[in-house]
Design a protein around this ligand. Structure first.
Ligand code: GUN
Length: 279
């Protein structure tokens, strides 16, 4: 039976460490401010934004909330981003995605000052990650690295297989595992014989977007399995991309859903927010 990797506990530890750092910065007279922009009232986004604001409050960071109507134009949003870029008292800017269909998301993300881009989505930060320069890291994959490190799981020299190639999870995940000296393979919807590839993994990161898809047949005995997926099933229960029941019999370590990767995303966002001070 696999050991559980406790994302709730590890994320709480990280937020407590950050709380101390913020208090020390405040003692030096330095305040940190995160601007959070939401356009429209997508239900899930409202929950995420609310959790981000709560996390700011917990660690002692000021959050400025911009709740803009659905019909906000791209130009209006761009102007707000430019105004926030120019403000010395704003350290980080977060535009909650998805944006309404009439706004071109990439244009907005590109407008954010890379040194205020606490999501790590700006191409400059993506480039910094791939060439090994310091920059803001995409929060979910950075959270996975913290889960592994703080559980004492060695990455260097391990066969790491990532399922999924999104810009937000799969690609930065692969870059981060590579940076930790893992031997990295990326699988996606066109990968042939997926199970043959995933069975080579010492560390398997699953961001496939299909509930309970990865069963024990895809997993090597003793592998570390990280489940980035989150879905609500017919009984309104949360479930991941990994079939927890069968895989937990075979893996050495596994993340649960909920309580695995999920809580780490906000903890890593808070890390980026604290790092944004002084940039
Ligand atoms: N929407 C879903 N996840 C995220 C995220 O990590 N950042 C932003 N800005 N929007 C999201």
């Amino acid at each position: 039976m696999a050991q559980l990797i406790d994302g709730k506990k590890i994320s709480a530890e990280i937020k407590d460490e950050l709380k101390e750092k913020v208090a020390a910065l405040k003692a030096e007279g330095r305040e940190i401010t995160l601007a959070v922009i939401q356009v429209g009232n997508d239900k899930a986004s409202t929950v995420y934004v609310g959790n981000k604001k709560k996390a700011c409050e917990y660690i002692g960071v000021r959050s400025l909330a911009y709740e803009l109507p659905e019909e906000t134009t791209e130009e209006e949003l761009l102007n707000l981003v430019k105004e926030l870029n120019a403000r010395k008292d704003v350290n980080g800017i977060l535009v909650q995605l998805p944006l309404p269909a009439h706004i071109y998301e990439d244009r907005i993300l590109l407008a954010i000052d890379p040194d205020k881009d606490v999501d790590g989505f700006h191409p400059v930060n993506v480039g910094r990650l791939w060439i090994g320069e310091e920059g803001f890291l995409s929060c979910t994959p950075a959270g996975v690295i913290q889960l592994l490190k703080r559980t004492g799981i060695e990455i260097s020299g391990k066969n790491c297989v990532v399922i999924g190639r999104s810009n937000i999870v799969g690609k930065p995940m692969a870059a981060l595992l590579l940076r930790e000296n893992g031997t990295v393979t990326i699988c996606h919807s066109r990968t042939k014989n997926l199970a043959e590839v995933t069975k080579q993994a010492d560390i398997l990161v699953v961001a496939i977007g299909k509930p309970n898809y990865i069963t024990a047949d895809y997993v090597k005995e003793g592998a570390v399995v990280i489940d980035v997926g989150i879905h609500r099933n017919a009984d309104n229960k949360l479930t991941g991309d990994v079939d927890f029941e069968s895989v937990s019999e075979k893996a050495s370590y596994i993340t649960p859903v909920p309580g695995g990767v999920g809580p780490m995303t906000i903890a890593m966002l808070m890390c980026n927010v604290v790092r944004s001070v002084g940039k």
